[in-house]
Design a protein around this ligand. Structure first.
Ligand SMILES: Cc1cc2nc3c(=O)[nH]c(=O)nc-3n(C[C@H](O)[C@H](O)[C@H](O)COP(=O)(O)OP(=O)(O)OC[C@H]3O[C@@H](n4cnc5c(N)ncnc54)[C@H](O)[C@@H]3O)c2cc1C
Length: 341
C-alpha cells in the first residue's frame, strides 16, 4: 500500500498555508482515497502548528516542523525539514507545491531519500496505478508518467486544482525534530517590487496583451509611448489584470526603439514565451500571428482590439474582434472602470 505524504509550508506571515500548499493537500486527499493509501500532511514554518486547522478533515496524521530556523526559505533548513518529515511519515509518494520555496529543495530531498522527483505536474490520477501528467516542449506534448521508484516526489503546479477547504476539528500535530546542519546562509530580508508594480499576476482572471502597435506611429504620424504606458498601467490597475506582450514589443528594447518601460521578456506570450492560464484574454495592438497566439491555448475567452480587419485574430483566433483604435477604446474603458470603483 502506498504511503502518501503532502509536504506544505506556511507563507510569509509564518502561520498560514498558502494556496498552492492547500491545492497539494486537496490532491493528496483525492489520491489517498483513489489509491486506498494512507495520508499524512507535513507542515514546515515558523509557526507551523498554527496552520494545522487549515488541513482539518484531510488526514488524522499531521506532522509539523516549526521554529525560527524555518521562518525563512533557505535550502539547508528546508531540505532538512522535508527530509525529516519524509522519514517520519515513511512516505512512498510525496506531493509538494511547486512554490519557489519547495521547487528548489524537493529534488535534493528526493536524492537524500534515494527516490525520484518529477516537476511541473499538472494532474495526478489513478490508472492501473498512480499516474502524473506534465507537459513538455512548451506545452505541445502532454505526457502521463508512472514510476516504480519510491519514494516518488511530485512537485504540483499551482493553479491546477481547487484549494482544500477544512472540515471539522483539527487534529493534534506530531512535532518532528530536525537536526540542522551547519547553516551558513542568513536571510536578512526580501527585496521585491511593490505588489502594484508586479505586472505578471498568475491569479488574475484577465490577461491583457500589449502588442508592438502601442509604440508604432499612429494616425497623426506620431508615436505616443507615454500615453500608451499610462493607458496600459491604468487598465492593469483598474481591471486587476495580468500583463502579457508580443515578442515584437519586448524585443524593441534591444533595438533602441521606443519601449514601454515596465515590459520585459518575462511578459512575452507565445511559442518562445509563456503559456499562461487565465479565464479571459484581451489582445491590443497585436497582430495575432500564430507564434504569438500559440501561447494563448489556455485562455478560455479571447477578445482583440485591432485597427486591421484582416489581422490574425479576425481569422478565427479570437471570439470577438473590435476593429477600433486601442488608444481610444482603452481610455474609455479606463474611465468606466474608474467610475465603477
Ligand atoms: C520562431 C519564432 C518564434 C516566435 N515566437 C513568438 C512568441 O513567442 N511570441 C510572440 O508574440 N511572437 C513570436 N514570434 C513573432 C511573431 O511571429 C510576430 O512577429 C509578433 O507576434 C508580432 O508582434 P505584434 O503583433 O505585437 O506586432 P506587429 O506585427 O507589428 O503588429 C502590430 C499590430 O498593432 C496594430 N495597431 C497599431 N496601432 C493600433 C491601434 N491604435 N489600435 C489597435 N491596433 C493597432 C496593427 O494593426 C498591427 O496589427 C515568433 C516568430 C518566430 C519566427
Amino acid at each position: 500500500m502506498e504511503k502518501l505524504l503532502v509536504l506544505t509550508h506556511v507563507d510569509e506571515s509564518g502561520s498560514v498555508l498558502n494556496k498552492a500548499s492547500l491545492e497539494a493537500v486537496a490532491a493528496g486527499v483525492e489520491m489517498a482515497q483513489a489509491l486506498g493509501a494512507s495520508l499524512a500532511i507535513g507542515i514546515v514554518g515558523a509557526k507551523a502548528d498554527a496552520a494545522v486547522p487549515q488541513v482539518a478533515g484531510a488526514s488524522t496524521r499531521v506532522l509539523t516542523v516549526e521554529g525560527e530556523a524555518f521562518a525563512q526559505p533557505r535550502y539547508a533548513s528546508d531540505a532538512a525539514a522535508c527530509e525529516a518529515l519524509c522519514r517520519a511519515a515513511d512516505a512512498t509518494v510525496v506531493f509538494a507545491p511547486a512554490t519557489s520555496r519547495f521547487a528548489r529543495v524537493i529534488p535534493g530531498v528526493a536524492y537524500r531519500m534515494g527516490g525520484f522527483a518529477d516537476t511541473h505536474i499538472t494532474a495526478v490520477t489513478k490508472g492501473d496505478k498512480l499516474e502524473a501528467t506534465r507537459w513538455f516542449y512548451r506545452q505541445r506534448v502532454e505526457a502521463v508518467l508512472s514510476r516504480e521508484k519510491r519514494p516518488w516526489f511530485l512537485l504540483l503546479e499551482a493553479g491546477t486544482r481547487t484549494a482544500y477547504a477544512a472540515t471539522g476539528a483539527a487534529v493534534a500535530p506530531e512535532k518532528v525534530a530536525v537536526t540542522l546542519p551547519e547553516v551558513r546562509t542568513n536571510v536578512t530580508g526580501v527585496r521585491a517590487p511593490k505588489q502594484d508594480e508586479q505586472t505578471i499576476r498568475p491569479d488574475a482572471k484577465l490577461l491583457f496583451v500589449a502588442g508592438a502597435g502601442w509604440t508604432k506611429k499612429q494616425s497623426d504620424g506620431q508615436v505616443h509611448a507615454a500615453e500608451a504606458e499610462t493607458l496600459i498601467l491604468g487598465f492593469l490597475r483598474g481591471a486587476d489584470a495580468s500583463l502579457g506582450s508580443s515578442k515584437s514589443l519586448v524585443d524593441q528594447s534591444g533595438e533602441n526603439q521606443t519601449v514601454l518601460k515596465f515590459m520585459t521578456h518575462m511578459n512575452q506570450i507565445g511559442q518562445t514565451g509563456a503559456t499562461p492560464r487565465h479565464a479571459k484574454g484581451l489582445s491590443t495592438c497585436c497582430h495575432g500571428e500564430e507564434p504569438h497566439v500559440v501561447g494563448w491555448r489556455f485562455i478560455n475567452e479571447r477578445r482583440a482590439i485591432n485597427l486591421d480587419a484582416n489581422c490574425g485574430w479576425a481569422r478565427g483566433k479570437a471570439d470577438v474582434v473590435y476593429i477600433a483604435d486601442a488608444f481610444k477604446v482603452i481610455a474609455k474603458v479606463n474611465a468606466l472602470l474608474a467610475e465603477s470603483k
